[in-house]
Design a protein around this ligand. Structure first.
Ligand code: SF4
Length: 422
């Protein structure tokens, strides 16, 4: 819950001010603070405020420093159970009325941030705005607050007033920055209805050039250098490290150190690079590949001395699996392993292709592989297509071939031979 308390008293009415504040009702201060107690209790009840539920308290105005800390005491007493530990309690203050005693008294009540209405450190400008303080009042008030132990101090400055020059504003900024504050709010003067400036629109002189210059001056010491490298947009996905110790990203393959075999990793990638993380630590970096089916394999990711860490999937295992199917399976596996830069790059394809033997039967599978090798088209997709369309029936080799399959095409009981038509 956030709480704002309004104090409607001011020492003088600034010429631009349309806030709810009065310079001629000081005799009502005590009654106002009593009424505030009643109102506060009512509102806490109305909003069913719980203990420690208020996370920020702001006392604004008007000028809260026109009311003595003593008169705030009952308010803080009511609020105490509702205030969170470490709450920020801000009070606005004007330099002429924020005396050392006032600042000290408010600190004792729990206020830990003061926002000073300084507006300018130029005597003439303060008079033009009908402010009630001098530049020296402002400097003293901020220094006193710092001395008393306020860690958070802020000042308001007004710009775009008739007569503002860069020189004048630079003096305001330099003086403000020389004080022990940690926040500056700069406002352009605006002309509000019902104020003394309402009939003098010329008092406000805002230009884009002046505003840009002012904010650059305010911020430039705080601005940090741009990063040496341009911001790079990264995407994110999770992936599992395959038995070939690669992850797949958009049909391209990237290696990780073999010890992460079959672990789930996090992949962050941009148009230029792929970074792979495990438990928030980077384990591999690769340039981004664009050609489908390409591998980026770093030799240091492989097992030492070409030992195969995976006891199930290794070249010997694929060889013996292939030879249990037949001659062309063996040829296919040998070719695939030889053509890969590293044998592991062929694992996925070999696995996918050899599994087709189970689905289609060894005989048909061998014929399909024979056809595929003859036509030099050994992708998983093309071999599957050969099997589905039984393209190997058109193969010259399949007819002349000495391959020792059962006489699949002539002896099947569903095939009616030439005799049928005699
Ligand atoms: S001190 Fe603030 S609230 Fe009071 S008249 Fe000036 S601008 Fe308005």
């Amino acid at each position: 819950m956030l709480l704002y308390i309004h104090i409607p008293f001011c020492d003088s009415k600034c010429s631009y001010c349309s806030f709810n504040s009065y310079v001629d009702k000081f005799h009502l201060k005590q009654e106002y603070m009593l009424a505030l107690e009643v109102q506060l209790k009512f509102e806490l009840n109305r909003f069913s405020a719980q203990e420690k539920s208020i996370e920020s308290l702001f006392i604004g105005g008007g000028t809260p420093s026109t009311v003595s800390p003593k008169l705030y005491e009952p308010i803080f007493k009511i609020l105490k159970p509702y205030l969170q530990n470490n709450i920020e309690i801000t009070s606005e203050a004007n330099p002429n009325s924020a005396s050392y005693e006032w600042l000290e008294g408010m600190k004792m009540l729990g206020v830990n941030r003061i926002s000073f209405g300084v507006q300018s450190f130029n005597e003439k400008k303060l008079k033009l705005l009908n402010r009630a303080h001098t530049p020296q009042n402002a400097v003293d008030a901020v220094n006193n607050a710092h001395k008393i132990g306020y860690k958070n101090l802020s000042i308001d400055l007004i710009y775009a007033t008739l007569g503002d020059t860069k020189e004048l504003l630079l003096h305001d900024i330099t003086t403000a920055k020389s004080l022990p504050i940690n926040h500056i709010s700069a406002y352009a003067l605006t002309i509000e209805e019902g104020t003394p400036f309402a009939s003098k629109p010329q008092m406000s002189k805002e230009t884009l050039e002046l505003t840009s210059w002012l904010f650059e001056e305010l911020e430039k010491e705080e601005l940090q250098a741009l990063p040496a490298n341009r911001y790079i947009y990264e995407q994110y996905k999770r992936a599992k490290v395959n038995i070939d110790y690669h992850i797949v990203l958009e049909k391209c393959y990237y290696s990780v150190p073999f010890k992460f075999l079959q672990k789930e990793v996090e992949v962050r990638y941009s148009g230029h690079h792929v970074r792979i993380y495990y438990n928030n630590e980077i384990i591999a970096t690769h340039p981004r590949l664009r050609t489908v089916g390409m591998f980026s394999t770093l030799s240091e990711h492989r097992t030492p001395d070409h030992a195969y860490i995976h006891d199930k999937w290794n070249p010997q295992r694929f060889d013996s699996w292939a030879s249990s199917i037949g001659e062309y399976s063996t040829k296919f596996v040998t070719n695939a392993l030889e053509r890969a830069d590293y044998p592991e790059q062929a694992y996925r394809r070999i696995l996918a292709v050899l599994k087709l033997a189970k689905d289609y039967g060894y005989t048909e599978f061998e014929l399909a592989l024979m056809y595929a090798l003859e036509h030099n088209t050994t992708t998983t997709k093309s071999i599957k297509s050969i099997l589905d369309k039984r393209l190997y029936l058109q193969s010259s080799s399949s007819n002349n071939h000495s391959y020792s399959t059962p006489n699949l095409f002539n002896t099947h009981s569903n095939i009616r031979g030439a005799d049928e038509y005699q």
